[in-house]
Design a protein around this ligand. Structure first.
Ligand code: NAD
Ligand code: ZN
Length: 364
């Protein structure tokens, strides 16, 4: 049982396969792109749980798969790890027309994708995302990056994968907290562009989050269709793709104020940020309070945080969040750019949000 979602980008087009136990068929699906040594980049956690099955499948079709295992977590998304990966690939003599496989969450995908983008001026790569966040978001669209001491994701390239395999069965081993964090991005898709999907989520989220495979596969497939359509229309984020940042201006600032620690996962920050974006839209007269209430009720029902005060630990100062936001967004004449909403399912970009409205929403 699987579904194919095409990403239409001319000569850079590729397919996202979504289904249950897809990695068992990984070898056959990846074989057309493989040549010579194929590094399979993964992290220690994913390696322990799932690597053997993938390697068996790849090697079963004659692919010369070579595991490359990094430490798990955001701490690996550095220039130093990138360099060490590149040197490992050079040591394996990876073919200019060959393939690198990224098997893991967003950290592995961003890192291995970047490495593929710059190795010998660009070799192909396959994304096999293993977290919900990576399946619905980071593995699709070709953004790759590493973090720098100056900030997250500041250095990277656009490099589209050759193929994406989203095997929802892999999500059974994902810790609940990571599953929910990824789910925040799914809610974001409904909130920004698809009211019907949002209503589906209200009905089916509990089942999907108990890793019911049928609901999960629908949810991942639909999210990928939405992201694929947006990316196909605006690959380099000169317009519409920016709508995917709904909840992220607030979210990034809250993450930064928490020092990007375990206190708050990215998806948790996005959940709070999306609520704040709705409140801001409401304050500016774009959106009815009942839509914000509906969003809050759903996020709460699944167990996601909805207020800054929900973040465990010391209270986060509004001033801190504002400072990070102004740093992030080049404020012009006291106006900020935000993704706002008219209602659930209809987001738009506004570049003249008054800073004092943002401040008021944060202070609420
Ligand atoms: N490129 C993009 O467009 C894009 C979009 C969104 C986020 N990102 C990036 O993605 C990263 C976050 O991704 P993430 O949340 O997947 O983080 P992650 O890769 O760190 O994975 C989270 C944790 O889950 C573990 N894990 C992964 N798969 C598992 C499985 N199947 N079972 C059990 N444990 C598993 C990992 O070892 C890790 O500890 C961030 O660096 C972010 O910047 C990129
Ligand atoms: Zn995000």
């Amino acid at each position: 049982m699987s579904e194919v979602v095409p990403v239409a980008l001319g000569e850079r087009s590729y397919d996202i396969h979504v289904g249950v136990d897809l990695i068992e068929r990984g070898g056959a699906l990846i074989k057309p792109f493989a040549r010579g040594a194929v590094p399979v980049v993964t992290d220690q956690t994913v390696a322990k749980l799932h690597l053997d099955r993938l390697l068996n499948s790849l090697r079963g079709t004659g692919i010369d798969a070579r595991p490359v295992i990094i430490a798990p977590g955001e701490g690996s998304k550095t220039f130093a790890t990138l360099e060490s990966l590149l040197r490992t690939f050079l040591g394996m003599n990876v073919d200019r027309n060959g393939l690198i496989v990224a098997f893991g969450g967003g950290v592995v995908g961003d890192l291995a994708g970047f490495a593929a983008g710059v190795l010998k001026r660009g070799v192909g790569y396959a994304q096999i995302p293993t977290t919900l966040l990576a399946q619905v978001d980071s593995s699709v669209g070709g953004k790759t990056a590493v973090d720098m001491p100056e900030g997250k994701n500041l250095v990277g390239v656009f490099h589209q994968p050759k193929i994406v395999l989203a095997d929802t069965a892999l999500l059974r081993t994902l810790p609940r907290r990571d599953l929910l964090a990824g789910y925040a991005e799914v809610v974001k898709y409904g909130a920004l562009g698809d009211a019907e999907f949002f209503a589906w989520l209200e009905k089916n989220a509990a089942q999907a989050l108990s890793t019911n495979q049928e609901s999960l596969a629908y949810l991942v497939g639909h999210s990928c269709r939405m992201k694929a359509a947006i990316v196909a229309a605006d690959e380099r984020e000169s317009g519409q793709r920016a709508l995917l940042n709904l909840g992220h201006t607030f979210g990034h600032a809250i993450e930064a104020a928490c020092g990007y620690s375990d206190r708050l996962l990215h998806g948790e920050a996005v959940a709070i940020g999306t609520v704040l974006a709705f409140r801001l839209s409401q304050r500016l007269g774009h959106c009815a309070p009942s839509d914000t209430d509906r969003l809050v009720a759903h996020l709460k029902a699944v167990g996601l945080p909805v207020r800054i005060a929900d973040v465990p630990g010391d209270a986060i100062a509004v001033g801190d969040i504002l400072a990070h936001m102004k740093q992030d967004k080049k404020a012009r004449d006291g106006k900020l750019t935000f993704v706002l909403v008219r209602q659930i399912g209809e987001a738009f970009l506004s570049s003249d949000v008054p800073a004092d409205a943002v401040e008021a929403v944060l202070a609420e």
